[in-house]
Design a binder for this molecule. Structure first.
Ligand code: SF4
Length: 99
């Protein structure tokens, strides 16, 4: 069973990386995880302080839409942030309802 769980099968470093590309890759690997829902529910209940859990990035106890990127933010950063937040909320709702 553990062989099917990506963060257990290899190193879990990517799930706790500060590198946005690593975070994106970890989130992608979570999508096929057989315990994704349980993992996400547990992380939400515990208020995980960091890392990728159930396909979502957690910081300071809450899921966040995306890792912080270096460089100057785009002019429409607030709009993009709102869109990413809405997409994240829809993803989480879909996973939680997939029992
Ligand atoms: S959903 Fe949870 S258990 Fe599965 S790979 Fe992602 S972090 Fe690991």
């Amino acid at each position: 069973m553990t062989g099917e769980i990506p963060c257990v099968a290899g190193t879990a470093d990517m799930w706790f990386s500060d590198v946005p590309a690593d975070v994106d890759r970890a989130r992608g690997l979570c999508l096929g995880c057989p315990v994704r829902r349980e993992c996400l529910v547990g992380a939400l209940e515990r208020g995980e302080t960091c890392g990728v859990w159930g396909g979502e990035l957690f910081l300071a106890g809450l899921p966040v839409p995306a890792p912080k990127r270096n460089g100057r933010p785009p002019k429409n950063a607030a709009v993009l942030e709102a869109q990413l937040h809405q997409q994240m909320t829809m993803r989480i709702d879909a996973v939680l309802q997939s029992a």
